[in-house]
Design a binder for this molecule. Structure first.
Ligand SMILES: [Zn+2]
Length: 410
């Protein structure tokens, strides 16, 4: 079948990705947020593609499009997201949706007799760029949607509940969006790597071993304000200097760790009163800690607290630590990893196994059913940036591998 030629599949995927990339809230950069007119337009285009591929299209209470093939109760779920960050690249999200459609198409066209049905899912919210919560759509599919997120508001004060209503949805229908665990056979997602590993190994495709868990902390350090000219150094209780030492301590803890997927970042810091000639009385900063096992991350967070205690005691400061976000590590199912690896090998490539340092819908879906991810090499490891790029050949190989995966899947 010519449609199974990776180059031809890649060329089709590129044309579709370009069509979606033109759907933006702004003329000069890509901004496609959840439950906006742009989301509607993108979903309409994707629904048309699903229909043309021979899939039966429906849409759930969170705006997730489903393209269904086959009547079996047992469903193989293939998906990714249509929303973007602000000033996004065009591959992050859409590639996975389009790969699902193009991989399901030959089975739908041939009316293939499979021991399972296929649902291609196009989620509306993965990035959390509009409301201060991520992965609302996949959470609904996985049956773990948090009702309290309905009252979260976007930057203009519109709540998720009212945005859903304006999109023609009812929050009352959210429970019905959930798959029953016994019906969800597996979830698989194709995504650009968003990192440099595949490029550095010279391989187009990788099999994800797990998606890192995340802990996010808000640390407040309190000291005492004073005149920057008159208070001698040894009498100061400088909140910022303490926070800075804590940031370096975090770096040291993470670097010393054997979990090579572990990373720690102080990404935001605010100093009060924030004047050039006043010793800071308060520093508030965030810590983002990620690792491939929950145990190692917990251990690092505890070590960080030990250091925070030591540093603040030495400096005559006080501190508080609040965990404001926690998501568990999601292990990708070994059986599915092997099926993906075999499919890549069959195409003549070396399946690189690698962890995902970024969060994905697969992380939420892993709570529902065995899940896996196929990563596609992206140039320079760049993402969340208009310079994001995956080649036509690599995308085509990913779709060809996904087709082989479906053939192998039981
Ligand atoms: Zn993504």
């Amino acid at each position: 079948m010519t449609s199974l030629d990776p180059e031809a599949l890649g060329a089709r995927a590129y044309a579709m990705i370009s069509e979606l990339a033109a759907i933006s809230a702004e003329p000069n950069r890509l901004v496609r947020l959840f439950l906006t007119p742009e989301h509607r337009r993108a979903a309409d285009v994707v629904a048309r593609w699903m229909h043309e591929a021979g899939l039966a299209v429906s849409e759930d209470a969170l705006g997730t499009l489903r393209g269904r093939f086959g009547m079996s109760r047992r469903r193989l779920l293939i998906g990714s997201h249509l929303d973007s960050v602000i000033d996004a690249g065009k591959y992050d999200g859409p590639l996975g949706v389009i790969a699902g459609i193009l991989a399901a198409e030959p089975f739908a066209r041939a009316k293939a007799k499979l021991p399972f049905g296929i649902d291609v899912l196009a989620f509306g919210d993965e990035e959390g760029s509009r409301f201060p919560a991520t992965m609302a759509s996949s959470s609904a599919c996985a049956g773990v949607f948090d009702q309290s997120t309905l009252s979260l508001a976007d930057a203009t004060g519109v709540t998720l509940a009212s945005a859903l209503r304006a999109y023609g949805k009812s929050p009352h229908d959210i429970a019905a969006a959930a798959y029953r665990p016994q019906d969800a056979a597996a979830y698989v997602e194709v995504h650009i790597e968003q990192g440099p590993v595949l490029e550095s190994k010279g391989e187009p495709l990788g099999v994800v071993t797990g998606i890192v868990g995340q802990t996010r902390l808000l640390v407040t350090v309190n000291g005492e304000a004073g005149h920057a000219g008159t208070v001698p150094m040894h009498l100061r209780r400088d909140a910022y200097a303490g926070a800075a030492e804590m940031a370096l301590a975090l770096e040291k803890i993470v670097r010393a760790h054997r979990d090579d997927a572990m990373v720690g970042t102080v990404g935001r810091i605010e100093v009060k009163p924030g004047a050039v000639n006043i010793i800071p009385s308060q520093a508030v900063f965030t810590v983002d800690l990620r690792s491939l096992t929950d145990r190692t991350r917990k251990f690092a967070a505890e070590r960080f607290e030990d250091e925070a205690r030591r540093i603040t005691t030495q400096r005559g400061l006080t501190y508080t630590v609040e965990t404001f976000h926690e998501i568990a590590t999601a292990e990708c199912a070994p059986v599915l990893q092997d099926l993906l690896a075999q499919s890549i090998s069959e195409l003549g490539h070396n399946p690189i196994r690698l962890p995902s340092g970024a969060g994905h819908d697969a992380q939420v879906m892993a709570g529902l059913c065995p899940s896996a991810m196929l990563f596609v090499r992206c140039r320079g490891g760049i993402s969340h940036n208009p310079a994001e790029f995956a080649s036509v050949s690599d995308m085509g190989l990913a779709i060809a591998a996904l087709i082989r995966f479906i053939e192998r899947f039981q």
